[in-house]
Ligand binder design. Sequence first.
Ligand SMILES: NC(=O)c1ccc[n+]([C@@H]2O[C@H](COP(=O)([O-])OP(=O)(O)OC[C@H]3O[C@@H](n4cnc5c(N)ncnc54)[C@H](OP(=O)(O)O)[C@@H]3O)[C@@H](O)[C@H]2O)c1
Length: 197
Amino acid sequence: MSTVYCTATSLDGYIADDEESLSWLFATSGEAEPAGYTPTEPDPTLPDLHFDRFYSGVGSIVCGVNTFEWVRRDLTKDGQPFVWPYSLPSWVVTHRDLDPVDGVEFFAGDIGDLHPLLVEAADGGDVWIVGGGDLAGQFADRGLVDRVWIHQCPVVLGSGRPLLPRRLRLHRRKLETHGQFTAMLFDVVGPEPRITT
Ligand SMILES: NC(=O)c1ccc[n+]([C@@H]2O[C@H](COP(=O)([O-])OP(=O)(O)OC[C@H]3O[C@@H](n4cnc5c(N)ncnc54)[C@H](OP(=O)(O)O)[C@@H]3O)[C@@H](O)[C@H]2O)c1
């Protein structure tokens, strides 16, 4: 069982642009290489880092309210009723007084108090921190993020919602390319000290 922050990011470290759009993410091909591009041979010793593989090991889910509202907007944009898309135990952190949603628990407060609930609900599976970045940072501040698993897109946005606004040392464990995505799995080592040189 691990607690994993798994997300897609731009090359310059944003998980959403200034207008909370993910168009840049959906415009990135995960399937095919562009015409004329010769991919490097995959390394057979590396297990694959496809999102489906990650998700199959997930036991519980946590995200911030802006991510939740993005999902709600996206799934209701054609007038459909909102149904939370994950069947796994899910928590949304917020100070807002939102109407109940089937399959979602709301939580406000210290992430250190939420983590044991996530672990218990995961029942031996992984805890997936969906985002945003500061929420992942709140877990990291308490030493509660084991791994960071990112799918990096070859796009720079210049500004937006940050990937993980903390000083943290990571140790890269695996790297793969999926079409235009670079998938990377890191262990979290710990806070990165500030050393004046
Ligand atoms: N690229 C990707 O794969 C990916 C992944 C995830 C998200 N996203 C995108 O990133 C954007 C959202 O990221 P974000 O950084 O803006 O925020 P977020 O983490 O989704 O939401 C942040 C908000 O959550 C609430 N919150 C955070 N910690 C809390 C705590 N401990 N207790 C109670 N409430 C707490 C606060 O809102 P209140 O105080 O107002 O309640 C805070 O402003 C969305 O556009 C989403 O689509 C992209």
